[in-house]
Ligand binder design. Structure first.
Ligand SMILES: C[S@@+](CC[C@H](N)C(=O)[O-])C[C@H]1O[C@@H](n2cnc3c(N)ncnc32)[C@H](O)[C@@H]1O
Length: 261
């Protein structure tokens, strides 16, 4: 017995066995490293593809802005644009007219706007069940942004209207029977943005302002809020101009006049 024990101990410290043991370890490490390296290569390939896509989208957006937003104020980021909206825009909108947000999620932006002027009532529309369909190109799938139907905490001057826009908005606008002063369109999708514009159409006048959160500058922006807006302007024979925009792709518009057909 003693002998055996001794042998076992020797077995562990035998230099050759030790080397083999180490080699096995090395193989495991090497396999691990190679596997990680392969994963890394895949990841970086995807990242550089994403990067190129993003760069192209930015380029197209920048060209679009240069060609179309000549008179607009430019802000490097959204918070500076929001400050401008607070000081220069919301201080001048008609308080009797409707201020509404489409796409509330956890209430971040609607609470910001509500805090700009406590006398102003804001109406927030959202299903609180997330995107009703996949956001093509963007990678955000149906139900992204869901709060599982839970309404966020909002300021006292905010009223939430839960449900899909197509179900809640038609009856609501008829009951209010007032023009919109300010629409914050932050539902991301072409379809949802189009629905809001179509339904709100009869309650829009020459003073209505439209803030699009994802107007441009992301992969597929040409098929999102931008497309819904351009189509709506064309169908309604309106012309619009960008008042201000930010580097993240948020843009504020006002109507200028009807096309003469
Ligand atoms: C980007 S989130 C809004 C973000 C929010 N404005 C903020 O500042 O955090 C988009 C929201 O739009 C809502 N939404 C999109 N399409 C909708 C539709 N057709 N009807 C109702 N809600 C919709 C989603 O439920 C989601 O909460």
């Amino acid at each position: 017995m003693l002998n055996l024990k001794f042998k076992q101990n020797r077995y562990h410290f035998d230099p050759l066995e030790n080397l083999a043991h180490n080699l096995k370890l090395r193989r495991i490490i090497e396999n691990g490293i190679v596997a990680i390296f392969k994963q890394w290569k895949k990841l970086t390939a995807a990242t550089s593809f994403d990067h190129e896509l993003q760069k192209l989208s930015y380029k197209k957006a920048a060209e679009y802005a240069l060609n179309n937003f000549n008179n607009a104020s430019y802000f490097p980021n959204k918070s500076q644009l929001y400050q401008y909206i607070q000081s220069e825009v919301l201080s001048r909108t008609n308080t009797e007219h409707i201020h509404a947000e489409f796409g509330v999620f956890k209430g971040q932006s609607i609470n910001y706007f509500a805090d700009c002027n406590h006398e102003l009532r804001w109406y927030g529309f959202d299903s609180f069940e997330g995107l009703p369909e996949d956001w093509s190109g963007n990678g955000k799938m149906k139900e992204h942004f869901t709060t599982a139907g839970k309404l966020p905490k909002v300021r006292q001057n905010v009223t939430l209207i839960p449900g899909l826009f197509e179900n809640t908005l038609p009856q609501w606008v008829r009951a209010q029977n007032k023009p919109f002063a300010f629409l914050h369109l932050d539902a991301d999708l072409y379809s949802s943005t189009k629905q809001v514009l179509d339904i709100a159409s009869s309650y829009i006048d020459e003073n209505t302002l439209f803030l699009f959160d994802e107007y441009f500058g992301y992969v597929g922006w040409e098929n999102g809020e931008h497309k819904a807006w351009i189509e709506w302007l064309t169908i309604k024979s309106f012309l619009a101009e960008c008042v201000a925009y930010a580097g993240n792709g948020t843009a504020l518009f006002r109507l200028i006049k009807k096309h003469n057909k």
